[in-house]
Design a protein around this ligand. Structure first.
Ligand SMILES: [Zn+2]
Length: 413
């Protein structure tokens, strides 16, 4: 079996790995590079993406983060896309708001530990704990060789048990481990990240002491985080107000355990930007489906003290106009780097103008060094090849049997 990392050998973003056996091929992820525009980014040089080539048997998508699937929107061929049901539902729901999201022509549903045979490849998905819902690692076997691709993972989210199970019962005799290292270089080696349970406790403290509307800025697709916030709301007697997009994602997943319209204290607010979009695209059935739990701007001042609201800066004007910001506070629950960006200077000024105090409350979607070591040691592959990291050289100091590869280079497993 031959491998080629088309992108991601030395960077985070644009992950794409091609495997070849008996002249047949399989792709692992087809991501958009970080900060890249879809229109301006070409597909990697893989036969079968632009023009028909039946030797490309499939594209296995590890999870629904753009840096792992974004470029798939450009594929015009009917190459089967292997993807989890939950991840596919999120992408399809998000496409109503973001038309750039791919509309896969053919899909094969993957399930935890259920092998799929495609030509010479046997692909076994491993459900992983990550900030994306329904995220997988892949064990790929072909020609007597085994490659384990970690995807993105961590061991401090709501599904951390999955990591423990993998460590206790890892695949055996793996030749190549392609392991992500997003956190390398970002933080100190001894760093630990708070768990989602710890965040939930911090949310509870914050909501208890909030004097007005408690705003939380996080991703509408970080399902673990939304669960933490909702649980904290339930424990503090607060209502949880989410925007229409987030409500749509939670509903679309069809997991009865996730907070969604119809759950106690779960309300939906439709900010102006989404009202315009609904009108432009004639998506009237989306607000219709949540009309029973919808809140309107004029209701917000009365609800403020007893509510937590999922927030993003594009909603600043809506809240200002609604007059619900007396005593408001903001929890920033995303990677700290985004907020420091120049494009949010206006927003930092806006917070100051309204005297809205800012608290950080976040944990990484990725494993710190200790857990990367845990996985590397459990799998103990003959070779460990860095991927999805800006610090491939740091692997050599931390792990055994490291072999650094370049983008575009073909090598044997
Ligand atoms: Zn990810």
């Amino acid at each position: 079996m031959n491998l080629c990392i088309h992108r991601g050998a030395k960077e985070i973003g644009g992950s794409c790995v091609e495997l070849e056996a008996d002249g047949q091929r399989l792709l692992l992820d087809l991501g958009l590079p970080l900060d890249a525009e879809l229109d301006e980014t070409p597909l990697p040089d893989v036969s079968g993406l632009e023009k028909l080539d039946e030797s490309l048997l499939g594209i296995a998508i590890s999870h629904a983060h753009l840096d792992h699937y974004g470029l798939a929107a450009k594929v015009r061929q009917r190459v089967p896309v292997l993807i989890g049901k939950g991840a596919l539902r999120i992408i399809n729901a998000a496409r109503q708001f973001f038309p750039d999201a791919p509309d896969f022509l053919r899909t094969i549903e993957i399930k935890n530990k259920e092998p799929i045979v495609l030509g010479p490849f046997t692909i076994t998905p491993y459900l992983m704990d990550h900030s994306a819902y329904d995220a997988y690692a892949f064990l790929v076997e072909a020609k007597g060789k085994k490659v384990f691709y970690s995807g993105d993972f961590r061991n401090h989210g709501r599904k951390r048990i999955l990591f423990e199970r993998l460590i206790q019962n890892p695949p055996e005799d793996v030749d190549v481990l392609l392991m992500e290292g997003s956190t390398l270089g970002r933080t100190g080696l001894e760093n630990e990240y708070p768990s989602e349970d710890e965040l939930e406790a911090r949310f509870i403290d914050h909501f208890n002491s909030a004097k007005g509307l408690a705003l939380v800025w996080t991703s509408g697709q970080n399902i673990d985080r939304l669960v933490s916030i909702y649980k904290a709301c339930r424990q503090t007697g607060k209502k949880f107000i989410v925007d229409l997009y987030t409500a749509g994602i939670l509903k679309a997943i069809k997991n009865p355990h996730l907070p969604q319209p119809g759950f106690k204290g779960f309300l939906v607010f439709v900010p102006m930007s989404q009202r315009i979009l609904i009108k432009e695209r004639e998506l009237f059935d989306i607000p219709q489906s949540v009309s029973f739990c919808r809140v309107y701007p004029k209701e917000l001042p009365d609800l403020a003290r007893s509510s937590v609201m999922l927030f993003r800066p594009s909603m600043a004007k809506d809240l200002e106009r609604a007059g619900c910001l007396d005593g408001a506070s903001l929890i920033y629950s995303l990677w700290p780097g985004y907020l420091k960006d120049d494009r949010y200077q206006w927003f930092r000024d806006w917070l100051e103008k309204h005297q809205i105090p800012l608290t950080h409350c976040h944990t990484s979607g990725h494993a710190p060094v200790a857990d990367l070591k845990g996985l590397a040691e459990a799998i103990s592959a003959k070779r460990l090849v860095p991927i999805h990291s800006f610090e491939p050289n740091a692997y050599k100091k931390l792990f055994e049997n490291v072999e650094i590869r370049n983008d575009g280079e073909t090598w044997a497993a």
